[in-house]
Write a protein that binds this ligand. Structure first.
Ligand SMILES: NC(=O)c1ccc[n+]([C@@H]2O[C@H](COP(=O)([O-])OP(=O)(O)OC[C@H]3O[C@@H](n4cnc5c(N)ncnc54)[C@H](OP(=O)(O)O)[C@@H]3O)[C@@H](O)[C@H]2O)c1
Length: 281
């Protein structure tokens, strides 16, 4: 049995990594700024330890592990600067494996270069890295659009008419657990997608069928999106972050479908319909 240190363990992807490692009977240490959160999510199956990228005194907790899953929190344009001191620390002190969560298409996104910069840093390091680039998570609809769907009968993202090969966070977690535990895999980069690409019109139509009422996709342009977010009280940086991210869908840059989930986990990826059913019914 090996021990793995999981960052972001209380979040969407991290908790799936943890769940999969537990089914493999591996030992897990969950890094968190609030150990009570780990207790709430995993009860007593996982040890939660205090860990904060902004607090260097918390870094040494990782040294007792054989592998690390490295995840940066979302909606932070300064993500590279947040993670950099920790990665520098690892370079000096750590011999184990490291899996970094990047994002499909983000390696070319000039407006938000943090994943690109971190990928480059890892590639040029002496660390035992692997990189995963998942597509848009299927769970984004439940996590970020729930109120729009439930209260306003819309999905509201500046994604245009483009298609996106959404992937389930559960499949991403399973693929990461495989990479963490397989000693033979090193310095690999995997683009993780579901089996099919969908536009936001397709998703609205799927939700309409599932929920038995009409959900529409108004296809907002960037100015309308920005204005609506502002009126709802969201700070400007959220629109400034989301517009280039959803622009990748609009410009058709993230519609590629790969077989990486099946190749890594041996299982077919979950379908968008399965995930939406689980999240909304
Ligand atoms: N959403 C998508 O479609 C998509 C697609 C591709 C890639 N991504 C990438 O996925 C990442 C987000 O993953 P997610 O959705 O799983 O995130 P999430 O659910 O929002 O969870 C974020 C996690 O980060 C931890 N965290 C926040 N600040 C921290 C700090 N200062 N030090 C240590 N830990 C901290 C939190 O843990 P505690 O609160 O317990 O400390 C939390 O568990 C981003 O890097 C994003 O670019 C997202």
């Amino acid at each position: 049995m090996s021990t793995y240190f999981i960052t972001g363990a209380t979040g969407t992807i991290g908790r799936e990594v943890v769940n999969n490692l537990l089914t493999k009977k591996e030992q897990v240490i969950a890094g968190t700024r609030n150990t009570q959160k780990v207790q709430d999510v995993f009860e007593n199956s996982v040890t939660g330890v205090y860990f904060d990228y902004e607090d260097k005194t918390s870094y040494q907790e990782v040294l007792q592990s054989d592998g690390i899953f490295l995840l940066g929190p979302p909606l932070n344009p300064g993500l590279y600067e947040l993670l950099e001191p920790f990665v520098d620390y690892l370079q000096e002190n750590y011999k184990g494996r490291l899996i970094y969560l990047s994002g499909n298409g983000m390696e070319n996104l000039e407006e938000l270069p943090f994943h690109k910069k971190m990928e480059e840093k890892l590639r040029n390091s002496s660390l035992q890295w692997n990189i995963v680039r998942p597509g848009f998570f299927m769970q984004n609809f439940g996590n970020y659009e729930r109120e729009n769907i439930q209260d306003r009968n819309i999905i509201f993202s500046p994604a245009g008419e483009g298609k996106s090969s959404f992937v389930s966070s559960k499949d991403v977690g399973n693929a990461i657990a495989k990479l963490l535990t397989d000693q033979n895999r090193i310095k690999e980069t995997h683009v993780l997608t579901g089996a099919k690409a969908y536009s936001h019109f397709d998703v609205a139509s799927m939700l309409s069928n599932l929920l038995g009422r009409e959900i529409t996709y108004p296809n907002p342009d960037e100015n309308t999106y920005k204005q609506v977010l502002k009126e709802s009280g969201a700070p400007d940086f959220i629109a400034d972050y989301m517009i280039p991210v959803y622009g990748m869908i609009k410009q058709g840059k993230v519609s590629e479908v790969t077989t990486a989930i099946k190749d890594l986990t041996g299982q077919e990826p979950e379908s968008l319909e399965e995930v939406l059913k689980r999240d909304f019914l």
